[in-house]
Design a protein around this ligand. Sequence first.
Ligand SMILES: Cc1cc2nc3c(=O)[nH]c(=O)nc-3n(C[C@H](O)[C@H](O)[C@H](O)COP(=O)(O)O)c2cc1C
Length: 199
Amino acid sequence: MKYLAIVGTNADVSTNRMLLQFMQKHFVNDADIALCEIKALPAFYEPEDDNVPETVVELSEKIMEADGVILATPEYDHAIPAVLKSALEWISYTSQVLKDKPVLIVGASHGILGSSRAQAHLRQILDSPELAARIMPSSEFLLGKSQDAFDYAGKLKYPEKRAELNEVFREFLLFTKITSELLAEKAVINKDKKFTWQE
Ligand SMILES: Cc1cc2nc3c(=O)[nH]c(=O)nc-3n(C[C@H](O)[C@H](O)[C@H](O)COP(=O)(O)O)c2cc1C
């Protein structure tokens, strides 16, 4: 499997980035995980012409080429960071390449709840009609107190959290495979469908 792991922040030092870097190494024999930054994307605006910023085109292409996407979100004021929301708005307004894409949500926060409220927020956003990602159900990976969670080599220190992550990732590999099979069976995909609010 080829996964794109999106770092949901513009912070230079981020425990969410560390989590994805750990996953990249830890699951190297199971999947090809490429990290992707969103900090160079401009804040979303509706372009007056059809010119989409190059950074947005590049992000869309990377998502399109991946079998699935892993999204790591921090939590700011009980929600996802504005930069992540903005990146998703670009995708929704332009390529819509997250439609039907298998997505795993993970997150790290300095608080004890491990970004649970931001993850719930992200799940709701990804379920909107023009993002419409295939979010892995009934699972979450919450890393609380994340400033203390990694050792000097970037390894996730807690054995119980590593075991939990192993289980979630194993399930995501299966979920990606099953979702691809389901979509291949889908008889008609009406790409021209317009939602009532667009008319
Ligand atoms: C403005 C602001 C709001 C924050 N709000 C939360 C919050 O609601 N919940 C939380 O756990 N941490 C909060 N934090 C602390 C961390 O930024 C947050 O835990 C974040 O998930 C850490 O992710 P990172 O290490 O990838 O930057 C907040 C920080 C700032 C600066």
